[in-house]
Design a protein around this ligand. Structure first.
Ligand code: UD1
Ligand code: MG
Length: 457
């Protein structure tokens, strides 16, 4: 295949977003609009990607600096043709150039691939709309050959009746594109250099003009306002939900799930309403996710139950675990099989071996916990002395009584028991009982104070 250049236009101001941030940096499904386009572009393995930016200073190149793209400024913005002209010096003549838009985030690889297969010459992505208002119209002759694109503001009443519109996305031979762009004029209703004028130039030179249509209309929708962004977000979430359903996932309500990244599921997964999945999430077979849970960059192995209102972030959860309700797993948590983490338990940067339990109201931070350990309600690892953090090590088969504080660094030996209400500051030998609390006493005959009459507080 010919070497491919990709130009992404992203210089528009986005006035109707009413935001200090450039339009293309607003997020859809948790990712900036332009990043969706860049990801799709990179997947086509181009030799060069050029992003044309304008408004918002260096915000766009800075936010997207991890991409192997050339960032070219367009200042002032004199139209789509002028925008592509800014990129042209950075493109080699051989091969083709694909023009994409930073505010048309959902264009799919398969559609672009179809354009690449459409033949030599100029390839336009077009779509038939019931309401074509605002778009450039595709003008064809009686044989159905494309003659030109006419912008709405320049169109005759008859041309405005045409329902086939220009999505803006096109593929052109780079050498020809360079030549055509150099000949653009701005004698039109908007006084702009229209990229669309290259179509008539191609026709005049007898170069074939092909059209391709996208598989879904949402692929070509642009974002100009928060309202359009909200509509597109829902459209995309519906696509994600349909994909999960098609794969056999049970969704309590397909309209009440949000996937902001990549969610992959095994067999017989059930997801209740209001759940959010962010980054890369992998759910094994028979995993159940309770209502209003948030799972981010995590893997959950087979048969694990996540009860409602749990938050799992950058963690690895083993098989047949029971998490929540109201559990919080923070980054660096690794749970082996059969672990139970109950309500209002926070775990951070800790590894917990198989079949251990922390069922109620605990903080476990910077800890290594063995198998079959029972962590009583209200237990806290005191991992921070105000300056440094230290580890707590709890070996296999330990029983930690309720409301214990473990002041790190500290180690509790295998099979040891800690009495409830203890503050443990020294290592506990294996198999022993450790206690650190004063003995209970009874004050005989003690009376509660009573309210004195006539005295004001
Ligand atoms: C353009 C097309 C029109 C098509 C429509 C699809 C032209 C002349 N018209 O019209 O046929 O139906 O898109 O939405 O191309 N941009 C720049 N620099 C500029 C001008 C625009 O980067 O100087 C970028 C914008 O940020 C935007 C895109 O190009 O992402 C389209 O620009 P816009 O002004 O919205 O073009 P339309 O008038 O909608
Ligand atoms: Mg537009």
């Amino acid at each position: 295949m010919n070497p491919l250049n990709i130009v992404i236009l992203a210089a528009g101001k986005g006035t109707r977003m009413y935001s200090e941030n450039p339009k293309v940096l607003h997020a859809l499904a948790g990712k900036p609009l332009v990043q969706h386009v860049l990801d799709c572009a990179i997947a086509l393995q181009p030799q060069q990607v050029c992003v044309v930016y304008g408004h918002g200073g260096e915000a766009v190149p800075k936010a997207m600096q991890q991409y192997p793209a050339k960032f070219v400024i367009q200042e002032p913005q004199l139209g789509t043709g002028h925008a592509v002209q800014q990129a042209i010096p950075h493109l080699a003549d051989a091969g083709q150039t694909l023009v994409l838009y930073g505010d048309v985030p959902l264009i799919q690889h398969s559609t672009l691939h179809q354009m690449q297969q459409a033949g030599d010459g100029l390839v336009l992505l077009t779509v038939d709309l019931d309401n074509p208002a605002g778009y450039g119209r595709i003008v064809r002759n009686e044989q159905g050959d494309v003659l030109s694109i006419v912008e709405e503001k320049d169109a005759s009443p008859e041309q405005r009746e045409i329902r086939e519109v220009n999505t803006g996305i096109l593929l052109a031979p780079t050498g020809k594109l360079r030549e055509w762009l150099a000949n653009l004029q701005n004698d039109n209703a908007q006084g702009e250099y229209y990229l669309t004028d290259i179509v008539a130039m191609a026709v005049r030179q007898g170069i074939a003009v092909h059209t391709v249509q996208p598989a879904h209309e949402w692929e070509i929708h642009g974002v100009n306002s928060k309202a359009q962004l909200a509509v597109l977000e829902r459209a995309w979430q519906q696509v994600e939900a349909s994909r999960l359903l098609a794969h056999g996932v049970t969704l309590a309500d397909a309209a009440r799930i949000d996937v902001r990244g990549k969610l992959s599921c095994g067999r017989d997964v059930e997801i209740d309403v209001g759940c959010i999945f962010e980054g890369e999430v992998r759910l094994g077979n028979n995993v159940q996710v309770g209502a209003y849970s948030i799972v981010r960059n995590a893997s959950i192995a087979d048969g694990t139950l996540i009860a409602p209102y749990s938050l799992i972030d950058s963690s690895k959860v083993g098989a047949n675990c029971h998490i929540g309700p109201y559990a919080r797993l923070r980054p660096g948590t690794k749970l082996h099989d059969g672990v139970h983490i109950g309500n209002f338990v926070e775990v951070k940067n800790s590894e917990i071996a198989a079949n251990s339990k922390a069922n109620h109201l605990s903080y476990i931070g910077d800890s290594t916990i063995g198998s079959r350990v029972n962590i009583g309600a209200g237990t806290i690892t005191c991992n921070y002395d105000g300056a440094n953090k230290y580890r707590t090590v709890i070996e296999d088969d330990v029983f930690i009584g309720s409301d214990t504080q473990l002041v790190a660094p500290v180690r509790v030996g295998k099979g040891a028991t800690i009495g409830a209400g203890s503050t443990i500051t020294k290592d506990v030998p294996q198999g022993e009982l450790a206690l650190s609390r004063s003995r209970q006493t009874t004050i005989n005959g003690w009376k509660r104070p009573t309210k004195q009459i006539g005295e004001k507080k």
